[in-house]
Structure formats: C-alpha cells, structure tokens
Design a protein around this ligand. Structure first.
Ligand code: PRP
Length: 179
C-alpha cells in the first residue's frame, strides 16, 4: 500500500497538531452550550474520533451517511441520505464534521438540510479544503489544511475504497488511478 504513495502531504504528527488546534477552538466557542458533532461517513470517521478526543467540553456524537448521486468522482449536488442521525438535533448546536470539502456541493446540501431542522445553530468543520475546486458558495467555520487539486488518500479518505487506514494524508502515484 505504501508503494502506491507519491508524496506525504501531512504526517500523523502534523494532523494531530491541527486536530488539537481545531478541538480547542470548538471547546472555547461552545463552552456552556449543548453541542453535537455529526460525522459525515465514511471519510470523516478518523478525523471525528480524534477531534472528539481534542474537545474538552461535553459533546454528543452522531453519524450520517450521505452520497451524491451521479458519477463517483464528481459531486452532483444532490445528496442521498443512506443513514440519518439517530438522535434529535432539537435545541442543540450542531457541527457537521467532514474530511474534505471539494466542490462544496455536498456540504452546502447538508448545511441547508440541517438548518431546516430545529437545531439552535448548524456549522461545519473540515480537516481538508480544496479551495480551487469550489463551485458552491459555502461557509465552513472550522478548517484545517488547504490541499492542491490532486487525488489524496489516507486518514479516512479513500481511492476506490482503499487507503482509508493510512495514518497520514498523501497523494497517489498517477499509475495507481490509471493516468
Ligand atoms: C467526500 C467527502 C465529502 C465530499 C466532498 O465524500 O467526504 O463528503 O466527498 O465533495 P464535494 O465538496 O465535491 O461535494 P465521498 O462521496 O467520497 O464519500 P466517503 O466519505 O464515504 O468516501
């Protein structure tokens, strides 16, 4: 698996530091408030599990699974819920936790969907951002690293469902994805 890697963009240590920084910001901003983190599966699962450990205020967690209709590598902006949250979002402050914002279409849809429920507030947090690729106008309150417009894998993120278990974030060799 490591032979398929072109370049490590962020080491485990660099990711850990960023996650601690974001966790501290969230802890400061939501002190005294009923906070629920909603992990957008599957890619955000590793980020979510580290982020919740970096938050030192009481927090509920829940999970959604969303997939965009259409071609697998291009987001269509129409999101299908494969799994919704189990608990009510009523009277809670919600943060949607994403691994990556690319076009922004998925997050825009999810923010709108959750803002139509009875939460007190709904914001978003992403570890990675590809600003060059953005087509949707979406405000992300908490952002980790900016990344180039390349295939990236690791720390929860897949290519063809593989590489999610890498502890770092890396680019793939072009021959792996057939260029
Ligand atoms: C990725 C990522 C976001 C979405 C971002 O999920 O986790 O949800 O794509 O793309 P966008 O900004 O262009 O809408 P993916 O559909 O790959 O599913 P996964 O997390 O289960 O791998």
């Amino acid at each position: 698996m490591n032979n398929d890697i072109k370049e490590i963009l962020f080491t485990k240590n660099e990711i850990d530091k960023m996650v601690v920084k974001i966790g501290k910001q969230i802890s400061d901003d939501y002190k005294g408030k009923d906070l629920m983190l909603v992990c957008v599966l599957k890619g955000a699962n590793m980020f979510m599990s580290d982020l919740m450990k970096a938050i030192d205020i009481p927090v509920e967690i829940d999970f959604i699974s969303a997939s965009s209709y259409g071609h697998s590598t291009i987001s269509s902006g129409v999101v299908k819920f494969l799994k919704d949250v189990d608990s009510s979002v009523e009277n809670k402050h919600i943060i949607l936790v994403e691994d990556l914002v690319d076009t922004g279409l998925t997050l825009k849809y999810l923010l709108k969907n959750f803002r139509n429920r009875d939460a007190v507030s709904v914001e978003a947090c992403t570890l990675l951002d590809k600003p060059e690729r953005r087509t949707a106008d979406v405000l992300v309150k908490y952002k980790g690293f900016n990344i180039p417009d390349e295939f990236i894998v690791g720390y929860g993120i897949d290519y063809a469902e593989k590489y999610r278990n890498l502890p770092y974030i890396a680019t793939l060799k072009p021959e792996v994805y057939g260029e």
